[in-house]
Design a protein around this ligand. Structure first.
Ligand code: KG4
Ligand code: ZN
Length: 334
């Protein structure tokens, strides 16, 4: 029997990635070339630099993914690529590469939503059970998504301003910590206690939306005031207090969403899900509430192409195809 082997391509931000996934869940290869070192000296991702680096790496990364999977281009069932959201110049490189491969080999092309990919990262470890709610927390997104079945998404809530990861990165920046700030804040917070009561943005009583810009400003103002008055600043306490504020809102709203929708499966996804205190707090809370929680391993939490291949497989199986007019869409809706 013919196996379904799909090549995934991801270039929405600062990772150039390609992977081969078999039958929607079996990982045959997963190659990621990170640009973090390049962007670190600018304190964040520089879009033009990211695009140029993607151009330099993409063909090699795809070749490497195919070689490691021991699959020839012509034997692929389809090629799946992140169509959006993301940096337009970065997305275009992956989309162009996917189209070229699709055209050259005459294989189907499927565009994938980046958030759908993050959710399917879990599926590579254990099949998703439906209905399920996904809390997607990354540098670009903070969203609560309800899924009734494969590739059926309903957005329940989203950030109205900064993404959770973005807040981590910005707070890290004012603390003179290198990019990306999330892991740096987590490490610093380990030495401190959450003694500062920063604001939690709950928004309207039933809202499943998020807002992190107020918290970010509160941290910056606190630091500014303390510096002006030459007070002793305990950076570790500051980091721990900020982290606790983010964590509390994320956990609370995820549980609220599960209760509102009467769902007993929850998936945590995106780069911020690498945060250990967040994972632990959510796991503890889910256990208490009788909710089954799934968190992908760290290497599948951050941007990768395996998740795109997995999500793309289900779009492909639904008969969805894209033509060579597929275009990158930085604001692609889910
Ligand atoms: O999913 P991802 O790799 O890229 C996007 O799609 O944005 O997420 C990157 C984000 C960055 O903002 C980074 O600071 C954050 O995830 N992050 C963390 C941790 N590791 C990565 N945030 C908090 N704690 C961490 N351990
Ligand atoms: Zn991402």
């Amino acid at each position: 029997e013919q196996r379904c082997r799909i090549l995934g391509i991801e270039t929405s931000c600062d990772e150039t990635a390609a992977a081969v996934v078999e039958d929607g869940h079996r990982l045959l290869s997963n190659v990621i070339s990170s640009q973090v070192e390049i962007h670190r000296r600018f304190g964040g991702v520089v879009p033009e630099v990211a695009s140029r680096r993607h151009v330099e790496r993409i063909t090699w990364i795809i070749q490497e993914a195919l070689e490691r999977a021991q699959v020839r281009q012509q034997d692929l069932s389809a090629v799946a690529v992140t169509q959006g959201p993301g940096l337009v110049g970065a997305l275009l490189i992956g989309v162009a590469a996917a189209k070229a491969l699709s055209f050259a080999q005459g294989i189907p092309l499927v565009g994938v939503h980046h958030i759908a990919g993050h959710i399917y990262a879990s599926h590579l470890v254990k099949p998703l059970s439906f209905p399920v709610i996904a809390l997607v927390v990354s540098g670009g997104h903070t969203e609560l998504i309800y899924m009734s079945d494969h590739y059926r998404f309903e957005r329940l809530g989203r950030t109205r301003d900064d993404a959770a990861g973005e807040a981590f990165d910005k707070v890290a920046r004012v603390l003179d910590l290198p990019y990306p700030g999330g892991p740096q804040i987590e490490a610093l917070a380990r030495e401190g206690k959450p003694v500062i009561d920063f604001p939690r943005a709950w928004l309207e009583p039933d809202s499943l939306d998020f807002s992190f810009s107020g918290l970010k400003s509160a941290v910056i103002n606190w630091l500014h005031n303390a510096r002006q008055r030459s007070l002793d600043i305990n950076r570790a306490d500051l980091a721990a207090s900020f982290q606790a504020a983010v964590q509390e809102v994320l956990v609370e709203k995820a549980i609220r969403a599960a209760k509102q929708k009467k769902v007993s499966h929850l998936v945590l996804a995106g780069g911020v899900s690498a945060n250990k205190p967040l994972r632990e707090a959510l796991a503890k809370r889910c256990e208490r509430e009788g909710i089954d929680l799934r968190v992908p391993p760290l290497e599948l939490c951050t941007d990768n192409a395996a998740m795109i291949a997995a999500a793309g497989t289900y779009r492909f199986w639904e008969g969805e195809r894209d033509g060579l007019n597929l275009n990158a869409r930085p604001d692609l809706p889910l």
